[in-house]
Design a protein around this ligand. Structure first.
Ligand SMILES: Cc1cc2nc3c(=O)[nH]c(=O)nc-3n(C[C@H](O)[C@H](O)[C@H](O)COP(=O)(O)OP(=O)(O)OC[C@H]3O[C@@H](n4cnc5c(N)ncnc54)[C@H](O)[C@@H]3O)c2cc1C
Length: 355
């Protein structure tokens, strides 16, 4: 990973190098997920190493692919040779694939409201709709799109479409010009895209359930990454405090400063304990607990690190920018509010499973 990240300036080069080094293969292996064949530790190690070396956007680009895209393609390849071919190229680092679930203009938290749809026109299927905030959409070779194939508001009303990014009718504009450089965040639009039978991958009606299952893995990945990021920022902040002259000694000698930093360490140990307890791939509700808890802890820790750094937090590459981008831990892949709603739904089960 260190060699792959060396001198890298864009996520496509990074992905190609990781592919050549066989890193995506190390995480795969199982027919379905990143796990259960692969221990979460490996995914955590990869994200930790990337986080230590690269801007957050580049790590996000890799995270979505290893934790979500490749495992989904593995599942889809069981029924669809077209998905199998893209899987092989993506695993070698020869193709970047974006996962386009979140619809534009509607709450991303309620996927049943999705409007992006496959319709049939005189026997020819076409795709119309728009997505937003899609990682890698601006730098991908293929888009794996979740689309409605029936009007009913039901979990079985969706299926996957796998498209080349340069297909007629597919366009994309950047979601943001400032935050997350390297992530290729984009808002793709599909306007009357004529679909070949090969573009419809996987079994009809299974897509939303498959996405939900894989999102649990992505949520664990996010928690492991948030833990690594917070540890890195805490170590940097500690170095700053012990060297920053103030009055009779460095800031670190001030009892109030030490107390505030110590609270951050306590918060980080909470995150660490939760992550350490996830020795296998989590069930849906467990993943929601992890995601909600780690997002809130990260927000608390990074907010305090901004304050402890003073104005230096706002220098280029400072912790204020990291904090702004890291707020995504509470949004991307499922907002904290939605996680809490799911946790409440399963409260009895979650309490029952506690020892
Ligand atoms: C950096 C980043 C990367 C992303 N990458 C991808 C990607 O690769 N692919 C992809 O498909 N999407 C991606 N997304 C989109 C992301 O998954 C959505 O932003 C997310 O699902 C939340 O949807 P939303 O933004 O529409 O917020 P909304 O759903 O509009 O939610 C807004 C607020 O309302 C609250 N809320 C909504 N519904 C409920 C509820 N039922 N109960 C309680 N509170 C609720 C939420 O908690 C939130 O606080 C990315 C987003 C970001 C920021």
């Amino acid at each position: 990973v260190a060699a792959a990240a060396e001198g890298v300036t864009d996520a496509r080069t990074l992905w190609r190098r990781l592919g050549r080094a066989g890193i995506p293969d190390l995480l795969g292996g199982g027919p379905h997920d990143c796990g259960p064949e692969t221990p979460p530790d490996r995914l955590g190690d990869l994200l930790t190493e990337l986080d230590a070396r690269l801007p957050l956007g580049c790590t996000l680009s890799v995270c979505v692919q290893v934790a979500t895209v490749l495992p989904l393609l593995r599942t889809l390849a069981e029924d669809s040779p077209a998905a199998g071919k893209v899987l092989v190229r993506a695993t070698r680092g020869d193709a970047v694939v974006a996962l386009a679930i979140t619809d534009a203009g509607v709450s991303g938290s309620d996927l049943l409201d999705m409007r992006t749809a496959i319709t049939s026109d005189g026997g020819t299927a076409r795709l119309d709709g728009a997505k937003e905030w899609i990682t890698n959409a601006g730098q991908c070779d293929h888009l794996l799109v979740l689309a409605r194939h029936r009007p009913q508001r039901h979990i079985t009303s969706f299926r996957w479409v796998l498209l080349n990014a340069d297909r007629p009718g597919v366009s994309c504009r950047p979601s943001t010009g400032e935050l997350f450089p390297g992530a290729g965040l984009g808002d793709p639009r599909f306007t009357g895209v004529a679909l070949d039978p090969d573009d419809l991958v996987g079994r009809p009606g299974r897509a939303l359930a498959e996405a939900a299952r894989q999102l649990a893995v992505e949520r664990l990945a996010g928690a492991l990454w948030a833990r690594a990021l917070c540890r890195r920022v805490l170590a940097d902040t500690h170095r700053y405090l012990v060297t920053r002259p103030a009055g009779g000694g460095p800031l670190w000698t001030n009892a109030a400063v030490r107390d505030r930093f110590a609270r951050c360490v306590v918060e980080w140990r909470r995150m660490d304990a939760l992550c350490a307890a996830a020795t296998g791939w989590p069930a849906t509700a467990e993943a929601m607990v992890l995601k909600a808890a780690c997002a809130e802890s990260a927000d608390r820790i990074l907010g305090e690190c901004v304050q402890l750094s003073g104005a230096a937090a706002f220098r280029d590459g400072g912790v204020a920018r990291t904090r702004a981008e890291a707020a995504m831990f509470g949004i991307a892949g499922g907002a904290t509010g939605t996680m809490l709603a799911g946790i409440a739904e399963d409260a009895t089960g979650l309490l029952g499973s506690a020892r």
